[in-house]
Design a protein around this ligand. Structure first.
Ligand code: GCW
Length: 678
């Protein structure tokens, strides 16, 4: 059960529906022959016998079929003019599902769209929905729906919390590729259409991925993903011409370097004709890049873009560029400013097959950050946003943290870049600026643990990521419900309990960790557990500036780093103004005394105490809630989550006591309620 994540295809027990389903899933007419249509049929073969204890026939006799699937061209005769028009109006990945009592049709604008349509239908069945009067037309809102694996060739995963890589083991590609195929199935079931399969930090041996030594294996993996409509990308090392070529420079303006990459691109496309392109972390955290040669990011990415262009390849260039060798004594440098300061001035200089990938916040996937002001700020440059499904700073898949609400908040952020309504959701969907390419990427959270994600409940983040970026208007609640029903079944008790746990999880995690948007305070390196001053005098630019009087980072225009100026109005004013800044981001933008009163009416110090005592109690609550499901969930998954929750409680206790004690010692101000502080 744990292995199949949300594709459980549990037997349908709803007696009202079972007859209807059994009727439809008897004669399947398949009118197209593409790879992804075959995958759709395979999925039906996997699902139907399990759900309905029934088998179906397959033919190309559409008239006498109860379900007909195919792409729009092959299915044209079965669509009325209105349906034709609807599909014609939508993008390549759109599908239509229409049914009456006799027949159900799934038509896709492409072969992969048929696969999406079939998954949609299977989901409806798993959710026990009526499928006899369907009139569904869906298309993904985002063009790029990508995952980035941070897997290393030695089998480790940078920031992986679910075991080792499913792609590599001891500097070899895994021989048995079943898990890769299953992963592709899971991803396609939620509409993911692109994947980069190696860490953005491209180490020594991984640099050779783009050579003959490894391309045959990568070709095979690309073939697996292709069947599911997922395009394969590789992270590359900007220094490759020196490392694996025989050049003595990687200068992007050097003719021999440009030629080297052109040849390289040709070679890669010989193996993988539909290769997606490169993901590049350059001049970031010690990775090589154009700065070495006094060139900028436009020079660097354009050089690669030109090499890939003849093959329709893309360069996905990360904007996680900042000074990681900062001196804490230097109060003028502000890491939050870095991405915008580096990239905004380059707007308009990027080739049309370059896409900038910008992390959702200006720092680094903290539990709470404002939205990155760079997103949307470059009208003439393709952009996509980067989320982190892996819970690096949000509990590492030990602690529960359902991240969909966080991502929804970011997507809903109205940048005002072109007036009201220019939300990040619309920007990355390509509806505000004339982007050629845009969308969403995220760091994956899976590994070779049998349940893929360490904590079984962390599967919800992967599922939700796909569903959300396909259709950002889905609510966090809806996504949670869908996931729970497919994963654990539809019992009221189970549904209500897990839904409640998921929806509160982010707030709970925020309560017991770093307060009011200040971030960090984690154990350096591993990023799990508290260490309040762990990063305070380090080179990483992540400070809280707590002293005996107060805490927070002054990022205002007048007395701080001026970061607030990177936003449009009204945010510029709101964030800059102590009276207007929202409580949850107060310490991200301002340094205030401990007795400063929040909008909630509490002082900062009392808020810190209250939130931390509460956060711990809330984790006790989660444990109780889960305990109530003991008889509803199979032993293995029950024990897995129970174990994680116990560890979460230890973690919450450590955070609570260290944070409360630290601030009590700093401030000398006691808790109004006289609770135990050490
Ligand atoms: O969040 C930080 C991580 C690094 C990571 C880096 C990045 C892959 O701690 O492990 O490196 O971000 O996004 O490049």
């Amino acid at each position: 059960k744990k292995y199949n994540m949300w594709l459980q295809y549990q037997p349908i027990t709803d007696t009202k529906m079972i007859e209807q389903y059994q009727y439809f899933f008897t004669k399947i007419g398949v009118l197209s022959e593409g790879l992804q249509v075959q995958a759709a049929l395979d999925e039906l073969h996997a699902a139907v016998p399990q759900m309905l204890d029934a088998k179906f026939t397959v033919s190309n006799d559409a008239l006498n079929s109860t379900i007909v699937i195919g792409n729009r061209n092959d299915l044209a005769r079965f669509l009325d003019s209105e349906q034709q028009a609807k599909l014609a109006d939508m993008n390549d990945e759109a599908f239509l599902i229409a049914s009456n009592q006799e027949q159900l049709i799934i038509a896709g604008n492409s072969d992969v769209a048929v696969l999406y349509g079939v998954h949609h239908l299977l989901r409806l069945v798993q959710l026990n929905e009526d499928i006899a009067q369907l009139s569904v037309v869906e298309q993904p809102k985002n063009q790029f729906r990508m995952l980035n694996q941070w897997d290393n060739f030695d089998g480790s995963i940078e920031r992986g919390y679910s075991g080792q890589s499913i792609f590599y083991q001891h500097n070899q590609f895994v021989e048995d590729k079943t898990r890769i195929k299953d992963y592709a199935r899971f991803l396609s079931s939620v509409g993911i259409n692109a994947i980069s399969i190696n860490n953005v930090n491209v180490w020594e041996e991984e640099t050779y991925f783009i050579t003959k030594k490894y391309l045959p294996e990568i070709q095979e993996i690309a073939g697996i993903f292709r069947v599911y409509g997922i395009t394969l990308y590789l992270s590359i090392n900007f220094g490759s011409p020196v490392t694996i070529g025989d050049l003595d420079t990687a200068d992007p303006l050097d003719q021999s370097v440009q030629n080297w990459w052109k040849e390289k691109a040709k070679e890669i496309y010989d193996y993988i004709p539909d290769f997606g392109g490169f993901v590049v972390k350059a001049d970031s955290e010690n990775r090589p890049g154009p700065f070495t040669y006094e060139r900028d990011h436009a020079d660097g990415s354009n050089m690669l873009a030109k090499a890939l262009e003849p093959f329709q390849g893309k360069v996905i260039w990360r904007c996680f560029v900042y000074n990681h060798l900062q001196d804490w004594r230097d109060r003028t440098t502000d890491r939050a400013r870095a991405a915008y300061d580096h990239f905004k001035p380059l707007d308009g200089r990027f080739h049309e097959n370059v896409i900038l990938q910008v992390k959702n916040g200006p720092m680094d996937f903290q539990v709470r950050e404002p939205a990155s002001p760079l997103i949307g700020a470059m009208p003439n440059t393709n952009q996509m946003i980067e989320f982190q499904v892996a819970q690096e700073y949000t509990g590492q898949q030990i602690d529960l943290c359902y991240l969909i609400p966080q991502w929804k908040e970011i997507l809903a952020f109205d940048t005002h870049i072109k007036g009201t309504g220019t939300t990040i959701e619309e920007i990355v969907a390509g509806n505000i600026h004339p982007y050629k390419y845009s969308g969403v990427a995220a760091v994956s959270n899976i590994g070779d643990d049998e349940n893929w994600t360490g904590n079984t409940l962390a599967q919800a983040n992967l599922y939700g990521y796909g569903r959300l970026i396909w259709n950002p208007s889905l609510l966090s609640e809806q996504i949670a419900e869908e996931w729970i029903k497919q994963t654990f079944g539809s019992k009221e008790e189970v549904l209500n309990t897990i839904e409640d746990m998921l929806l509160n999880a982010w707030g709970i995690y925020e309560n017991y960790t770093a307060p009011l948007g200040v971030g960090w305070m984690v154990t350096p390196g591993v990023h799990y557990g508290p260490n309040i001053d762990g990063y305070e005098y380090s080179k990483w630019g992540t400070y809280h500036f707590a002293d005996r009087d107060g805490i927070g980072v002054d990022r205002t225009k007048e007395t701080g780093t001026g970061y607030t100026e990177q936003y449009q109005e009204p945010h510029r004013t709101i964030y800059n103004d102590l009276d207007q800044v929202p409580d949850e981001l107060l310490l991200f933008f301002h340094h205030v005394p401990y007795k400063y009163t929040l909008k909630s009416g509490k002082t900062v110090i009392q808020h810190i105490y209250d939130a931390h005592f509460k956060g711990y109690e809330q984790v006790e609550g989660l444990i109780e809630q889960w305990e109530n499901l003991r008889n509803y969930v199979d032993n293995e998954r029950f024990a897995n989550v129970q174990d994680r929750l116990e560890r979460q409680l230890d973690n919450a206790k450590e955070w609570r006591d260290q944070i409360n004690t630290y601030f009590y010692r700093k401030s000398g101000i006691g808790d109004q309620h006289g609770r135990t502080i050490y």
